[in-house]
Design a protein around this ligand. Sequence first.
Ligand code: CA
Length: 219
Amino acid sequence: MRLLLVEDDTMIGEAVLEALRGAHYAVDWVRDGAMADTALASQDYDLMLLDLGLPRRDGLQVLRALRARKSTLPVLVATARDAVGDRIAGLDAGADDYVVKPYDIDELQARIRALLRRGAGQAGPAFEHNGVSLNPATREASVQGAPVSLSAREWAVLEPMLARPGVVFSRAQLEEKLFSWKDEVSSNAVEVYIHGVRKKLGADVIQTVRGLGYLVPRS
Ligand code: CA
């Protein structure tokens, strides 16, 4: 899953970036509202963590513009502990949830998992389909109830497809889920990880759609 982190405080940004990358998300970090607009226009994200007090263009403006474009991107806004008014304004502007600063990193991660799950229409804690289960909180993968050990990259390539069965992902889209701006990407990376997933979970877990990409079949 690829996340956009919008945070102008360097120390907070670095800490959150490290924590989210440690949880195997691909994360892009921008430090002002104008750059957030640019990032949103150029990349497909699964979630945005948005600070409200930002230089150049504040978080509420970024959020209102995003919703005016009819985007359903899950958005978590960050506000100061005593700023109840900001939380209300954020939710009313289209945020899905909020976190208070200073962040409790574990709570932040749990709220991110909850929003990603809800975005995928999953009721339980795991992404489940066709006997395959990925639980982002425990990092446990299983097929027909039998535990399987996936590498972080194999997980990252399977998770977005498992979250949206029947939807075709191009190689470029999967690369976006796997890597942030600064990462070096080898040309066959996606194929390598898909091969690994098939070897561990079964060949038909991920289908190739010739000329288009890959999908987790609907049933
Ligand atoms: Ca700020």
